[in-house]
Design a protein around this ligand. Structure first.
Ligand SMILES: C[S@@+](CC[C@H](N)C(=O)[O-])C[C@H]1O[C@@H](n2cnc3c(N)ncnc32)[C@H](O)[C@@H]1O
Length: 248
């Protein structure tokens, strides 16, 4: 199944939990610099699109496009790997929480580089051997996530493909965008079906693994084991869980 087909299957409730997190948006918009024209690749329902610049969205999934607000930027039906746009036709191209779904991330990044003078991508650093252990959910309940990242290019390879630099993106404890790691200090949230349906990881690991992880987490929350293991988190306002902005 292609990623567009995946989102045509799992995307129906995306906007229940997924929306722009203002502190992460501020970091993305700062990285866009003085760009007046912005291409948003893998745009989904329109989160993180700046309203004070000219934006064109690109989104392959019909179900995701159908959930874009009426006043959202216009949206092309296309994929990152083959952008139907002229060379250097945008000041900047951005991609948020999408590149791990692309069939060929390096080809997509090169396309962004071709059509825009600046490229801003929110992605993960999975190259660190300790990545899986940074987040208690993958470490203690969902080690299967390791299989999902097999074969994906590392952040170093992605940065090498288009040049540029990376900066860490910290996740606030009350993050408004319900992506996978967003509830790192609110573990009960992962017991909520709506929260899980807004994150593709749960669909990818499958229902048996999902139910095992949820039951195990529920037990540990009830017994105090989660609190005991994660005592250090309650005093943190932000977490560094490998989110990175690639700016080229
Ligand atoms: C997790 S959503 C992120 C949407 C949005 N950027 C956001 O931050 O809410 C991932 C999106 O990537 C899109 N996608 C999947 N494969 C793609 C590809 N090859 N090129 C462009 N977008 C793709 C999916 O259809 C989906 O809308």
């Amino acid at each position: 199944m292609s990623s567009a087909q995946l989102y045509d299957t799992i995307g129906a409730t995306y906007t229940v939990t997924r929306r722009t997190e203002p502190r992460i948006a501020a970091q993305i918009w700062a990285a866009l610099g003085d760009a007046r024209t912005v291409l948003n690749v893998g745009a989904g329902t329109g989160s993180y699109e700046p309203t004070d610049r000219h934006v064109l969205a690109v989104e392959p999934s019909a179900l995701m496009r159908s959930q874009r607000p009426a006043d959202a930027a216009p949206c092309l039906i296309a994929s990152a790997e083959n952008l139907p746009l002229d060379d250097q036709s945008f000041d900047a191209a951005m991609a948020v929480a999408t590149i791990h779904h692309w069939q060929d991330p390096i080809a997509g990044l090169r396309e962004m580089r071709r059509v825009a003078r600046r490229v801003v991508v929110l992605t993960h650093d999975t190259s660190d051997a300790g990545w899986l252990h940074r987040f208690w959910l993958t470490r203690d309940y969902l080690p299967e996530v390791a299989d999902l990242i097999l074969g994906r290019p590392s952040l170093t390879e992605m940065t090498r493909a288009i040049g540029g630099r990376t900066e860490p993106v910290l996740i606030p404890w009350d993050c408004a965008d319900g992506f996978f790691e967003a509830y790192w200090r609110r573990p009960e949230a992962y017991l909520d079906e709506n929260v899980r349906r807004g994150v593709s990881v749960w669909a990818k690991v499958g229902p048996a693994v999902e139910q095992r992880a949820v039951h195990s987490l529920r037990d540990d929350l009830a017994s105090g084991r989660w609190a005991e293991r994660n005592r250090d988190l309650v005093n943190l306002d932000t977490a560094e869980l490998g989110l990175r902005l690639l700016v080229a």
